[in-house]
Design a protein around this ligand. Structure first.
Ligand SMILES: [Zn+2]
Length: 123
């Protein structure tokens, strides 16, 4: 969580206590350099894999580059999960905690219509 905005860290730490599913932050799920972001952008383009972002880190900057975003994975039955049902349940919980305890409208990538980013949160 190094470099993530302190209020986001507070929300995460508060939410993990009663979360419907355990969750964690993957590598590059917190603060990213422009180079980190660009490497993710190349995935599914110049590098193998599927496209995970439309933000290249230089022309378009990610909220991850300012510490105003984090990604999660669910941790269910002893392993990482990116299932929609797990991420949705955790997202609802995180948004509720952010609102009730901090008066913050946490933005969840799963609510986006154009490019759904289920593991992503930002302020
Ligand atoms: Zn993200």
């Amino acid at each position: 969580m190094n470099g993530i905005d302190s209020v986001l860290i507070e929300i995460i730490e508060e939410a993990i206590v009663n979360s419907p599913f355990d969750f964690g932050i993957p590598q590059y799920g917190g603060l990213r350099t422009a180079e980190d972001q660009n490497k993710l952008y190349q995935q599914g383009r110049d590098l193998p894999g599927s496209i995970v972002t439309n933000v290249d880190g230089y022309v378009k900057k990610s909220y991850h580059q300012t510490g105003k975003a984090f990604d999660i994975y669910a941790y269910v039955d002893g392993k990482a999960s990116w299932k929609v049902e797990h991420l949705t349940a955790i997202a609802e919980h995180l948004k509720q905690i952010a609102k009730d305890c901090y008066g913050i409208e946490l933005t969840w990538g799963g609510d986006w219509t154009k490019f759904k980013d289920m593991p992503h949160f930002q302020i």
